[in-house]
Structure formats: structure tokens, C-alpha cells
Design a protein around this ligand. Structure first.
Ligand code: HEC
Ligand code: HEC
Length: 380
């Protein structure tokens, strides 16, 4: 037996990059703060799987789908033999491993693809944000997206168990083979072509995509996230800039002197009516507004209130408030409470934060009212 090249370079790179992007997407799935990174891994996965589909037709012998087209029955039979210790060694994918490979490709494609529609619906961003999908559709697709990701995790565990079993059964290190490409084969077994150039091109493409995506994260992020810069809006797939919400100079002037002028989209219309009706006892202050000013302010707040669902935050916040209640604080609405319950006491007590109402301390786009995921930044 002698070491022989079985896995070409593009296939090995694809394998480890896909594993890394799955892990990355998994680790960034919990907090909205990481959504931009999470989307990056999703797009990367789509691109990688697209490449793999082509390589399954054009790649070297063991990379080609035709070399491991086994049915589920053959896979199960192989598994039974492997457990009994009698399974035959394969240079390429064995029948059970091939099932895992096809399942991972299929689930990865569906998970990444559904993520595109979650992003288009829930965030109104990315390649699928063409105005057809609403927040509710995005939320529903998100359930499916999560299910697919969980299924994929299950197959990943199955794949890892299979690799361990197979390595032990045939006394060989399969993980190392996927790094070096080499497996022990009988003398005279033809080695595959390494395809080094295509491997390097794949690497350059991934690096270029990463540089393009993250360039904007370093480049003037604060202004861009304000959502007022039209040039910035031309590349929403990178910076995820929120759309520009209506503004009012009067609102800014009367409501922006003691605290941030909270955008009207953050409370239902009845809350603004109640707040302004009680403007002479506003959280311990008398705002001293005359009737004309109050009516001017309402003329801006009511038509732009949360019910309009102008942003994801507005839509979700409004949904969370029971019909019979009229919250006077954004920070007491169920959605707000849920989104901030994991923030540590120490973060609230940070001198740069002090009050829950100081949204701008952690949301760089609080002034614009968009509350984009990519604009969050907990002070420390
Ligand atoms: C004189 C200062 C002052 C002005 C002017 C003012 N507010 Fe306030 N506002 C306060 C204080 C004080 C609080 C309580 C802040 C806290 O709990 O940290 C508050 C809290 C709020 C909250 C609740 C924030 C939350 O979710 O916890 C809203 C909503 C609000 N103000 C709306 C308005 C609107 C609308 C206007 C303009 C009509 C306005 N405020 C003008 C002083 C002011
Ligand atoms: C101490 C920092 C901090 C302050 C102050 C703060 N937030 Fe947040 N906010 C966060 C973090 C962190 C998250 C992300 C939670 C998560 O992981 O899902 C968040 C999430 C949100 C979201 C959900 C965004 C989305 O797309 O899912 C909204 C909306 C929001 N905050 C609004 C507000 C408003 C309005 C205020 C002021 C009344 C405020 N926040 C004050 C830290 C803060």
C-alpha cells in the first residue's frame, strides 16, 4: 500500500470551508448583534455548495457524484456491516458516507436559501428583499430555516460518528486524509489530478468575497448606519442600512432636548396620544406644550406610529402590545423587554448607558429610528 492522492485540492478546500461556514453560521445564530456575520456565512455556504455542484460533475474521479451514487438501502446495508465490523474499505465515499454528503449538500442548500428569504422578509435586506415578502412571511420562513439548520446539525453529528467508526474500523486517519488528500492504496492505483490552480482560485474567490463584505464594516460605519446616506443604501447587502424614516423638525425640537427623540414607530398611536395628553406630568417633568404644538406633534406621531410596521422593530413591537394596553414607555413593551432581558445589570449601570431609555448608547442608528441589527453595539 502507498499514499495516493484521492481528494483533490478544490474538494478539500470546499469541505473545510463548508464546515467552517456551518460552524460560523451556527455560532452567530443566537444574537441579532451577529446577524451581518451570520448572513455572510449563509451566502458563503450558498456559493460553496454552488461550486460543489459543478465540481461534482467536472471534478476528479472521487469528487464526482457518479463515483458515489448509492441509494439509501446501500447506505443502511453498509452501516450494518460497519457496525458488525465487516464493511469493505472504499477509497472514495463509502455508501453510508455518500448519504451524509448528499444530505449535507441538500440541507445546506435549503438552509442557506431559506435564510435568504428570512433576511428578505424579517429584515427587508439582502438579495431577496424585493418588497414581496413581508415581516410575517419572513418570520414564518424563519421557523423552517431553524428546523433545517437543526436537521443539518444532526447529519453533521452522524457524519462525525461515521468518520470515527470508519477510521477505527479500517485503522486509518480519515480526518488527515481530508487535509492532505492522501489515502493508502494498492500500488498501481491511479492518483487523481491535484487541480491546484482551481483550488487557489476558489480560495481567492472566498477571500475577495470576505474582503468585499467586511470592507464596509471598517469603512465609515457610523454615518452609513444612520440610514441617511443614499450612497450607503446602494449596498444594503453589505452594510444593512435601514430605510430612511419620516422625520419632523418640530418633533426633534420638542422631544429631543432631554433624551433621544424616540421615533414614533416605536409606540402605538394610542400611546403617543396618552403621552401628549399627559405632557404636563411627563415622567416627573412638565413639558409646558401649548395645544397647537401638541396637535402638530400628534400630526407627525400618529400616522408614523408602530401600527404602520415601517421597520422590523415597529412591526414586532406593535404585535407584542396587547390591544387593551397603552404603554407609556417603549422599554416596558413586551417585545422590548424580551429583546433586552439578557443584557447584564452591569451593562445597564455603565455610566455611558445609565437609563434603559438611552437607546443611542447601544444602537448607533437610534436617532434614525431604524434599529438595525448591524448597528447594535453594547458599551463596555
Ligand atoms: C424636560 C425633559 C423632557 C422632554 C422635553 C421630553 N421628555 Fe420624554 N422623558 C423625560 C424623562 C425624564 C423620561 C424618563 C427617562 C428615564 O426613565 O430614563 C422620559 C421618558 C420618555 C419616554 C419613555 C422612554 C422609555 O421607553 O423608557 C417616552 C416614550 C418619552 N419620554 C417621549 C417623549 C416625547 C414624545 C417628548 C416630546 C413631546 C418628550 N418625551 C419630551 C423627559 C423629557
Ligand atoms: C445596554 C444597551 C442597550 C440599550 C440601552 C438599548 N438596547 Fe436595544 N438591544 C440591545 C441589544 C444587545 C440587542 C440585541 C438583543 C439580541 O441579542 O437579540 C437589542 C435589541 C433591540 C431591538 C431588536 C432589534 C432586532 O432587529 O431584532 C430593538 C428594536 C431595540 N433593541 C430597541 C431599543 C430601544 C427602542 C431602546 C431604547 C428605548 C433600546 N433598544 C435600548 C442593547 C440595548
Amino acid at each position: 500500500m502507498q499514499p495516493t492522492l484521492i481528494w483533490d485540492l478544490p474538494l478539500r478546500l470546499f469541505h473545510w470551508l463548508l464546515a467552517a461556514s456551518f460552524l460560523g453560521a451556527w455560532l452567530t445564530s443566537e444574537s441579532d448583534q451577529w446577524l451581518s456575520l451570520h448572513s455572510f456565512f449563509g451566502y458563503l455556504m450558498l456559493g460553496l455548495i454552488g461550486f460543489r455542484l459543478a465540481w461534482g460533475l467536472a471534478g476528479s474521479r472521487y469528487a464526482r457524484f457518479s463515483s458515489f451514487l448509492y441509494g439509501p438501502r446501500a447506505g443502511l446495508e453498509y452501516l450494518r456491516q460497519a457496525i458488525a465490523g465487516s464493511a469493505e474499505r472504499h477509497l472514495g465515499h463509502n455508501p453510508a458516507g455518500s448519504q451524509a454528503a448528499f444530505l449535507l449538500l441538500g440541507l445546506g442548500l435549503l438552509a442557506a436559501f431559506s435564510g435568504l428569504f428570512v433576511q428578505g422578509g424579517e429584515e427587508q435586506h439582502g438579495a431577496a428583499a424585493v418588497g414581496v415578502l413581508g415581516f410575517a412571511a419572513g418570520k414564518a420562513i424563519n421557523e423552517v430555516h431553524g428546523l433545517l439548520a437543526n436537521l443539518m446539525l444532526l447529519v453533521v453529528f452522524g457524519h462525525l460518528a461515521g468518520v470515527a467508526l470508519e477510521s477505527w474500523l479500517h485503522k486509518e486517519n480519515l480526518v488527515r486524509s481530508m487535509v492532505t488528500g492522501l489515502k493508502a492504496a494498492a500500488p498501481g492505483t491511479p492518483a487523481v489530478r491535484p487541480h491546484t490552480l482551481i483550488g487557489l482560485l476558489l480560495l481567492v474567490a472566498v477571500a475577495a468575497f470576505g474582503a468585499w463584505w467586511f470592507f464596509y464594516a471598517w469603512h465609515e460605519p457610523v454615518e452609513r448606519l444612520g440610514g441617511h446616506d443614499d450612497a450607503a443604501n446602494e449596498a444594503p447587502h453589505v452594510a444593512f442600512v435601514g430605510k430612511t424614516l419620516p422625520e419632523s423638525a418640530k418633533w426633534q425640537e420638542e422631544c429631543g432636548s432631554c433624551h433621544l427623540a424616540f421615533h414614533p414607530s416605536l409606540l402605538p398611536a394610542r400611546s403617543w396620544q396618552a403621552l401628549l395628553a399627559g405632557q404636563n406630568r411627563h415622567f416627573g417633568d412638565d413639558l409646558g406644550l401649548d395645544a397647537a404644538t401638541v396637535s402638530d406633534l400628534l400630526a407627525f406621531a400618529v400616522p408614523n406610529a408602530a401600527e404602520q410596521g415601517a421597520t422590523e422593530a415597529a412591526w414586532k413591537l406593535n404585535r407584542s402590545v396587547p390591544a387593551g394596553s397603552t404603554p407609556l414607555r417603549i422599554s416596558e413593551t413586551p417585545y422590548w423587554t424580551k429583546k433586552h432581558r439578557e443584557i447584564a445589570d452591569a451593562d445597564w449601570q455603565n455610566p455611558k448607558v445609565k437609563s434603559k431609555a438611552n437607546c443611542a448608547a447601544c444602537h448607533r442608528d437610534a436617532e434614525a429610528g431604524t434599529f438595525e441589527d448591524a448597528a447594535m453595539q453594547v458599551q463596555n
